[in-house]
Ligand binder design. Structure first.
Ligand code: SF4
Length: 84
């Protein structure tokens, strides 16, 4: 029998670095975790899979995962005839 105790998981330095980077991205985009009226990621041209609850945003200033109900200042409607 070993007395070894598995340590509790805790965030590492890289997690704090990524957290700060993503926070800056979100602040620059005025990213909100809720829709702005009718505008939300789900009906934005940059939301890659508009049937998914979480999807990749391919806006060149973001390129992160976002939620269908989120919104940011770079929202653009889906052009006639489909995405982009
Ligand atoms: S550009 Fe903004 S509104 Fe559009 S999918 Fe990305 S985060 Fe959402």
């Amino acid at each position: 029998m070993s007395d070894y105790v598995i340590p509790e998981p805790e965030p590492k330095e890289i997690d704090e670095t990524k957290s700060i980077e993503l926070r800056h991205l979100a602040d620059n985009a005025v990213l909100k975790g809720m829709p702005a009226g009718e505008e939300q990621c789900e009906n934005c041209r940059y939301y890659l899979e508009n049937t998914a609850e979480i999807s990749y945003c391919w806006h060149p200033k973001l390129r992160i995962l976002v939620g269908a109900q989120w919104w940011c200042q770079w929202w653009e409607g889906i052009p006639e005839g489909g995405a982009s």
